[in-house]
Design a protein around this ligand. Sequence first.
Ligand code: UDP
Ligand code: MG
Length: 307
Amino acid sequence: MTYLSVVVPVFNEAPNLGELNDRILESARGLGREFEVIYVDDGSTDDSWTRLEVLQAENRGVVRLIGFNRNYGQHMAVLAGFERVRGQVVVTLDADLQNPPEEIPRLVAKWEEGYDVVAGWRENRQDSILRKLPSLIVNRVAAMVVGVEQHDYGCMLRAYSREVVDQINHCGESTTFIPALANTFARRVTEIKVGHSNRSMGRSKYNLFKLIRLNFDLMTGYSLLPLHAVSLLGILIALLGLGFGFFLFIRRLIVGPEVEGVFTLFAILFVFIGLQILVTGLLGEYVGRIFREVRRRPRYFIRRVVE
Ligand code: UDP
Ligand code: MG
């Protein structure tokens, strides 16, 4: 029976794959148990797939491949891997060698202590400040919506027990953020510090726009908290407006009519108009997601599988 499954999403990582595979195999072999590595090609446009096929041919019975017809994003790729895992413990990691494969045995050892999720925490994260800042927000949002505090939700170097992976497989949602989803199912969650390296080859696949989308997915995907928050805000503003109106009425009685401060009023108005647009947008995000789920299209298309 397979003990460990390693799931790796791959999007245009051709120059990294050889070293990555060597290091994963070496590290997993050290455990002395049966394992498999599943590479999910997320519609790469470089020669990642050809390289993966070579690696698969060299390591039959250990390396398995899944290829999408186009790019669906890192989390969809990991989900496709999850649906096919055979191991009791599932480790995910990035293909860009930023997550050292040598950490796999440590994650697995921690999992053996009886945790459902063992999260990696990149204490010395080797990324630019522009990449780290959005992650800070992701962490806060995730902690808020999931209700589990963790230092590093963005770290994909994690171990999950098979039960959690099976529960994730039952979800079938088309926008997701796996670390957050897993934590909503897990009973016992822990984290360990893991290493993190510079990206030596290729570049980060996340731009600011993708990160903002991810944040919206996270916020709207796991709770109605944003809706509750804006409703409360609306009530608060209405009450303030009411109080202000009352104040003006009394003042009118005492001081008489006055027309100063018109432009201040404009400023205040713009703030509220902005808020209103934001709230409409937020509602739109939910509606859009409902639309996507109702449409019931498959989340991704798998073009080829090599076992
Ligand atoms: N990735 C993917 N599909 C995408 C974007 C990224 O499969 O659309 C993979 C990528 O190949 C890598 C991992 O997800 O293995 C993390 O991506 P990246 O290193 O670009 O992100 P960062 O390290 O900046 O968070
Ligand atoms: Mg990376």
